[in-house]
Design a protein around this ligand. Structure first.
Ligand SMILES: [Fe+2]
Ligand SMILES: [Fe+2]
Length: 287
């Protein structure tokens, strides 16, 4: 791929490669001794290039532009099941033996949550949490769909993976963003903070009036590894955020450690999930 094209699309072999790299970074399951991946010190070159593009291009101006473009939610009207099938058209053809269709990964997550006896809204959150990745099908490059999310409008934390690539981000030169608080007030709460653009915020906006707040935190911040894994940006958070992030932490275990190459019986499970969708998110939603 030539460099210009790579900037347009990203540098990952497929959209799942960022999540696969998360297992390199966080191989230890917090509640068991199981290791999920052999230790590799460095991300693959394509993954590094992906982080570089992400850190370079995610600016406040870019995010405001994307919010104005997507958050009117006027792209499509779809049920949750239709959105699952639409996301499934995103074919990862780099390694068909390992890469399951997106819908199966989502069902694996949901089934693991169900297996542990969690509430129905938690199971549903597992099923839908990555639906925002349909941004890719709307033509967004990988670096604007997946990747760790982080606040804009303040100094980029050194706890963000490949922090050094922010030197190429124009926001690094803006004096109003140069302090840890930047344009925000201490303890203002993450709801007031503009985060980098990606599948988390987009799906949050689609479902925000319909699910319990705990579920909404999981959806909105599940890619915010700088906060939920690294403990950065505490000064921006409210006590309420900190209480709610316990749910983000609980969800992360399922998000990271339930992927397997075992097939899921999508048709067999469909009635259970259709009913669950009907309970919280019936009918066509605006995307
Ligand atoms: Fe995700
Ligand atoms: Fe996920």
């Amino acid at each position: 791929m030539d460099p210009a094209q790579e900037r347009e699309t990203g540098a990952l072999q497929d959209l799942d490669e960022w999540e696969d790299d998360l297992l390199r970074r966080y191989p230890e399951h917090p509640e068991s001794d199981r290791k999920f991946r052999a230790y590799e010190a460095e991300a693959r070159p394509g993954v590094r290039e992906f982080y570089r593009l992400n850190h370079q291009h995610q600016t406040m101006d870019f995010v405001l532009e994307k919010r104005a473009e997507y958050l009117p939610l006027e792209k499509r009207r779809m049920t949750v099941w239709e959105a699952l099938e639409y996301l499934n058209t995103l074919v990862d053809d780099s390694d068909p033996d390992i890469d399951l269709p997106q819908i199966e990964h989502l069902m694996q997550t949901a089934e693991a949550i169900r297996h542990d006896g969690h509430p129905r809204w938690f199971i549903l959150t597992g099923l839908i949490h990555d639906l925002g990745k349909i941004l890719c099908l709307f033509g967004e490059p990988q670096w604007a769909v997946v990747g760790d999310t982080f606040p804009l409008g303040c100094r980029f934390s050194e706890k963000i993976i490949y922090h050094e690539y922010f030197s190429e981000n124009p926001d690094s030169q803006r004096s109003e963003y140069a302090t840890p608080l930047g344009i925000y007030e201490e303890g203002c709460g993450l709801d007031k903070v503009t985060m980098s653009w990606g599948h988390d915020e987009y799906l949050y906006q689609v479902v925000k009036d319909r699910l319990p707040e705990e579920a909404l935190y999981m959806i909105r911040y599940h890619s915010c590894y700088p906060i939920h894994k690294e403990g950065a940006y505490q000064a921006l958070m409210s006590d309420h955020d900190r209480a709610m992030f316990r749910w983000v932490d609980a969800f992360n275990v399922y998000d990271l450690y339930t992927k397997s190459s075992e097939r899921v019986d999508v048709d067999g499970l469909r009635p259970f999930y259709e009913e669950l969708i009907e309970e919280y998110l019936p009918g066509k939603l605006s995307w």
